[in-house]
Design a binder for this molecule. Structure first.
Ligand code: F6P
Length: 324
C-alpha cells in the first residue's frame, strides 16, 4: 500500500484527535501518503478528502472533538452510497483506510471492505466502551472522569439540601460508563440496562437509606435503562412511592462527550493509531485494533460486531456492597 485514508465517524470521543495524529504520523514515518476524510463516511461519499502531513496534526493531541469532524451517514448504509464512496477512493488512489469510531462505524467498514475489496482497520473510539474485543475504547476514560467530576459537584448540593438525585449517564444501550462512574463517585445505586433487578435493589436501598436516616443520595441511571425508561421516569416513580424523599433529576448529556482527553485516552489513542497503520502495512484487513490486558490485539470486525461485551459482574457486586 502507498496511500491510506483516515476518518472519524459516529459520536465523537475525546482522544480521537490523538488517534488521528498517531495514524498520520505513523503513515509518514513508514513513508506512506495519507489523506484525511472529513465528516466520516459522508465525506467519503461527497469527496471531502485532503492530503495530510505531519504538520496537519500538530497541537491537537490535547483537544477534544475531532479535527476531521464526524457524522452518522445514512447514505453509507445503502449499497449505492458505498458505491459512490468507492468512486472517491479510486479517484484519490487510496489503497487502505483507518476508521476511528464505534460499532456503527465498524459495521459500515466491514460491508465496504467486503464489497470493494479494500483493506480497512478500525480504531475503537466511543465514550460508551461497548465494543467487544477491547478492554477500553478511546474517550471512555475521559468521559468517566467528566461524569465523576459532575457527580461530585451534584453531591455537594444534594447534601446541602438532603436530596435524592437521579443522574442520567450516556452509554446508549450499555451500562459501562454508568457502572464505573457509579463506583468512582460513590453512588448509592446504579441502574444499568444489563440487569433487570435494579428496581428491587433501588427499593431495598431506599428503605435501608431511610432507616439509616441518610441525608442525601445519588443514583446513577444509564440512559439505555429500558425497563425504567431513564432518570426522569425513575424519579417520578420513586417520588410516588417514597414521597418523603426530595428528588431531583440531572441529565448530564453531551457534556460527557467533550473536554480535554485524559492522559490514559491519549496514550491508548497513540498506541492504537500507530498499530492500525502497522496492521495495514502487514496486509491485515477487516480488523479492529484493541487493548486487552494492556497489550494491543487484532480482532476481526466479524467478532467485534457479533459478540456483546459483558459488564464485569464483580463491579456490579461492588456497588451493592459499598452502598450499605
Ligand atoms: O455513542 C456515543 C453516544 O454519546 C451515546 O452514549 C449516546 O447515546 C449517543 O452517542 C448520542 O448520540 P447523538 O450525539 O447523535 O445524539
Amino acid at each position: 500500500i502507498k496511500k491510506i485514508g483516515v476518518l472519524t465517524s459516529g459520536g465523537d470521543a475525546p482522544g480521537m484527535n490523538a488517534a488521528i495524529r498517531a495514524v498520520v504520523r505513523a503513515a509518514v514515518y513508514h513513508k506512506l501518503q495519507v489523506v484525511g476524510i472529513k465528516q466520516g463516511y459522508h465525506g467519503l461519499i461527497t469527496d471531502k478528502i485532503k492530503p495530510m502531513n505531519s504538520k496537519s496534526v500538530s497541537n491537537i493531541i490535547h483537544q477534544g472533538g475531532t479535527i476531521l469532524k464526524s457524522a452518522r451517514s445514512q447514505e453509507f448504509r445503502t449499497v449505492e452510497g458505498r458505491v459512490k464512496a468507492f468512486e472517491n477512493v479510486k479517484k484519490h488512489g487510496i489503497d487502505a483506510l483507518v476508521v476511528i469510531g464505534g460499532d456503527g462505524t465498524f459495521t459500515g467498514a466491514r460491508l465496504f471492505g467486503q464489497e470493494h475489496n479494500i483493506p480497512i482497520v478500525g480504531v475503537p473510539g466511543t465514550i460508551d466502551n461497548d465494543l467487544y474485543g477491547t478492554d477500553y475504547t478511546i474517550g471512555y476514560d475521559t468521559a468517566l472522569n467528566t461524569v465523576v467530576d459532575a457527580v461530585d459537584k451534584i453531591r455537594d448540593t444534594a447534601s446541602a439540601h438532603s436530596r435524592l438525585f437521579f443522574i442520567e449517564v450516556m452509554g446508549r444501550d450499555a451500562g459501562f460508563l454508568a457502572l464505573r462512574s457509579g463506583i468512582a463517585s460513590g453512588a448509592e445505586a446504579v441502574m444499568v440496562p444489563e440487569i433487570d433487578t435494579d428496581f428491587k435493589q433501588l427499593n431495598k436501598f431506599l428503605e435501608q437509606g431511610m432507616r439509616k436516616d441518610k441525608s442525601s443520595s445519588i443514583v446513577l441511571v444509564a440512559e439505555g435503562e429500558k425497563i425504567s425508561g431513564g432518570a426522569i421516569q425513575v424519579a417520578e416513580r420513586v417520588s410516588k412511592e417514597y414521597p418523603e424523599y426530595d428528588t431531583r433529576v440531572t441529565i448530564l448529556g453531551h457534556i460527557q462527550r467533550g473536554g480535554t482527553p485524559s492522559a490514559f485516552d491519549r496514550v491508548t489513542a497513540s498506541r492504537l493509531g500507530v498499530s492500525a497503520v502497522e496492521a495495514l502495512i502487514d496486509d491485515q484487513k477487516s480488523i479492529m485494533v484493541g487493548l486487552v490486558n494492556k497489550e494491543v490485539v487484532h480482532v476481526p470486525f466479524n467478532q467485534a460486531l457479533k459478540n456483546k461485551k459483558k459488564l464485569n459482574p464483580s463491579l456490579l457486586e461492588l456497588t451493592e456492597i459499598l452502598s450499605i
